[in-house]
Design a binder for this molecule. Structure first.
Ligand SMILES: [Mg+2]
Length: 300
């Protein structure tokens, strides 16, 4: 498996592993297997909104469809079971995404995402990995990432988090260590933060992530907290499995944190060291694998 494909499978496996423990409090559980049920009534291996919106974005990039078509595909996912694990409408749609999808469904794709500060959940960050991989070596990242991030999350903070993650993805693709990737991403974000000085204090935690202990880390659905949980998990792990294990055991938004961290760990480590039977539990495994193969061919 090459780095790009490993990143995307790493993302999906992280999502599926974390789904049953979503919303659970830190240190109230220990799970070292792909289990089912838990907080959502779904079988083991079920992936959620994070993977679905990621796969739909991949399909959009492969076929070079319009943004209106991409928005339509997101609506088809939420309301009609397009790219869900069981072909039923999605069991899990975040609040901000649900709000904008409802307006697209009702009024059409010209409706814009909300731009208020409260609309800073992790719903753009959780579907940005294909954009980060596609923009690698294409010198289009700033504009491109912003265009995709703001489809569902119009506030600049969400876009800045997507940018930072994209920079980290690119440095890992270049073969840097995670610590180096983080340091370089911090440097690259600074000029952007200078354009939005009010946002600077929000990124202090990301910039000082090396100094934060597990107890300091938040891991909920607020985009800054998700990003800090992702980076902390990467910094404090030594394999792919270790990374998603640590991510899930932070509690709260377990599936999204493990998915986003799993995407980075999939690039960074040479193998996804999870048992083969985990892969066998993933619904639509072959369909996903074929899609990822096509995507990898398109983005090279
Ligand atoms: Mg999810």
């Amino acid at each position: 498996m090459n780095k790009r494909k490993r990143a995307l499978w790493g993302f999906i496996i992280g999502d599926a592993y974390g789904v049953p423990m979503e919303f659970m409090e830190r240190d109230t559980f220990k799970v070292d297997d792909m289990i089912g049920y838990g907080c959502w009534d779904v079988p083991a291996g079920t992936w959620s909104d994070d993977s679905a919106m990621t796969l739909i974005t991949i399909e959009h990039l492969i076929h070079d469809t319009s943004i209106a078509d991409l928005k339509q595909a997101f609506c088809d996912w939420a309301f009609r079971g397009y790219w869900t694990y069981n072909d039923e409408p999605s069991f899990d749609v975040g609040l901000t995404i649900s709000e904008v999808l409802n307006r697209w469904e009702k009024n059409g794709p010209f409706e814009q995402a909300k731009t208020d500060e409260k609309s800073n959940g992790n719903g753009a960050l959780m579907r940005i990995l294909p954009i980060a991989l596609y923009s690698y070596k294409r010198s289009i990242e700033e504009r491109y990432v912003k265009d995709y991030a703001t489809l569902t999350h119009g506030h600049i903070r969400s876009t800045l988090c997507c940018m930072h993650y994209t920079y980290v993805v690119h440095h890992l693709m270049d073969g840097m260590t995670f610590a180096q990737s983080l340091e370089n991403a911090n440097k690259q974000l600074l000029p952007l933060l200078n354009e939005y000085p009010n946002e600077k204090p929000n990124f202090e935690r990301i910039f000082s992530i090396n100094e934060l202990t597990r107890d300091d880390i938040n891991s909920n659905g607020y985009v800054i907290h998700t990003l800090e949980a992702v980076y902390w998990s990467m910094l404090n792990s030594s394999s792919y499995y270790d990374t998603i294990f640590n991510a899930v055991h932070l509690g709260s938004d377990t599936d999204t944190v493990a998915a986003i961290a799993g995407g980075l760990a999939g690039i960074y480590y040479d193998e996804l060291n999870v048992p083969e039977d985990w892969m066998e539990l993933i619904p639509k495994r072959d369909e996903i694998d074929k899609l990822l193969d096509r995507f990898v061919k398109v983005i090279f």
